[in-house]
Design a protein around this ligand. Structure first.
Ligand code: SF4
Length: 435
């Protein structure tokens, strides 16, 4: 067991007693109740240092000094969506001149290109286009696995799973089984935002409910399909709301053990409809740096033994802050991504691609040991010493936007323009549109 060290002991002696009591309980290996952890949601100054140091001790005990990343490619295959989430700058209405739709052939091409460059995972999420064939997600998995049997398909948010199930008129469990049989390997635990219906009503009216999100996730876990878990924070929610959100995730994890990781996702506000229209009272402009540190550290402290992996998102927070978060409870830097549309369209400025060597440099610069992992956190290669590292083909990409394309280019090009299904597929899809 890692000792907490004299600095942390000293800090625990000077901060507010309820905060110190919570951190001491966590260091003693106890799972904190929401009430016990509540004083930590406001931790600032010395208390924030104590929280981050506690998270670092717990991280070290739980997972040691290895920090992981995955080589993957994101494919957001359409920006057309029937929903109007206030935090989403990515989606377009189906009549928009900026609407695109990548067909299955193009998705397989992108996955094949990434696989040849070393990617082990494709992460596929998109808008909900009107008239989508209910079997589209299933056919897509089948085509990908036929072309690339070893690629890990990490795809479809709970929102998309429900959309596919609705469109194909099948229960969620049956739809998930069909996805798995077609080759789906795991689900992203996105579309969670904050699992509180009153908050969801303000930031994303019409979004799936908390109960629906939990149903998709727990059903997937019971079927043996692992998922990630996420939280979008820094908008209208409070620290207490964040804590209650994590409590929902923890109770699911204690029941199913199906989450691979937890990823706090900073709200990127600049281009979002709810910022531009001022439609959400009390809307913040994303979290401060202190809040980002506090949230990651609190995740390690509060989620406790049930969650091994806390990820920092370089897309949201940048690689430099991501590197610092490795000292605040984090043990994973996510993926190479290659293409990124959601945060980019909302105004994030951290790019869409970071190569494996750059991720390893950030990890080693934080005094930790880099390792490439699979989506499910099996270690593929641990780079104990710098001499173990060899540059791969992805590291030699100088101009990722030129090599792989961008969201902006997709919205401007006529090559992958979205066409309503009735024109694309004829009468069958027209009937499906009634769903
Ligand atoms: S978040 Fe997803 S469901 Fe909501 S508008 Fe954007 S693409 Fe559509």
């Amino acid at each position: 067991m890692t000792e907490q060290g004299p600095q942390l002991t000293a800090l625990l002696g000077v901060i507010d007693r309820p905060q110190a009591a919570a951190l001491e309980a966590a260091l003693a290996g106890r799972s904190l109740s929401v009430d016990e952890a509540m004083p930590l949601v406001d931790a600032e100054g010395v208390a924030l240092h104590a929280l981050a140091m506690t998270a670092d001790v717990l991280r070290q005990r739980q997972v040691g000094d290895v920090v992981t990343y995955v080589v993957n490619r994101n494919i957001n295959f359409t920006n057309i969506c029937i929903k109007h989430c206030g935090f989403c700058a990515f989606s377009r209405l189906h009549r928009s001149e900026e609407g695109y739709f990548l067909d299955t052939e193009e998705i397989v091409r992108r996955a094949t290109e990434a696989h040849a460059l070393g990617a082990t995972e494709v992460c596929i999420q998109a808008g909900l286009p009107p008239g989508l064939d209910g079997d589209h997600y299933i056919d897509l998995c089948r085509a990908l696995k036929a072309a690339l049997p070893s690629i890990h398909i990490h795809a479809f948010s709970p929102e998309e799973v429900i959309y596919g199930a609705l469109r194909s008129r099948r229960p969620i469990a049956e739809y998930l089984v069909r996805l798995r049989e077609a080759g789906l390997d795991s689900l992203p635990g996105t579309s969670a935002e904050i699992l509180d219906d009153a908050i969801r009503e303000v930031i994303a009216k019409g979004r799936i409910s908390t109960q629906q999100w939990v149903e998709v996730i727990t059903t997937a876990h019971k079927l043996g399909i692992r998922t990630t878990s996420t939280m979008m924070y820094g908008h209208i929610e409070s620290g207490a709301d964040q804590l209650r959100h994590m409590a929902v995730l923890r109770s699911i994890q204690e029941e199913t053990g199906g989450f691979t990781e937890f990823v706090p996702l900073s709200f990127v506000y600049a281009e979002t409809p709810m910022h531009l229209r001022q439609s959400a009272p009390g809307l913040r402009r994303g979290p401060s740096a202190n809040e980002i540190i506090r949230t990651h550290a609190l995740a390690r402290v509060f989620l406790g033994a049930s969650f091994r992996n806390i990820q920092a998102s370089w897309v949201k927070d940048g690689l430099k802050l991501g590197q610092w978060l490795l000292s605040c409870g984090v043990n994973d830097l996510g993926g190479t991504l290659i293409n990124e549309s959601i945060s980019t369209s909302a105004g994030a400025g951290h790019g869409q691609f970071v190569g494996p060597a750059a991720l390893r440099r950030a990890i080693r610069g934080a005094g930790r040991i880099p390792a490439e992992r699979s989506t499910l956190y099996e270690l593929r290669k641990v780079f104990e010493r710098p001499e173990d590292e060899v540059e791969g083909p992805l590291d030699r990409i100088d101009d990722a936007d030129g090599a792989f394309g961008t969201y902006r280019a997709l919205t401007r090009s006529s090559e992958h323009r979205f066409i309503m299904p009735r024109r694309r597929r004829g009468a069958d899809s027209e009937r499906a549109e009634e769903v």
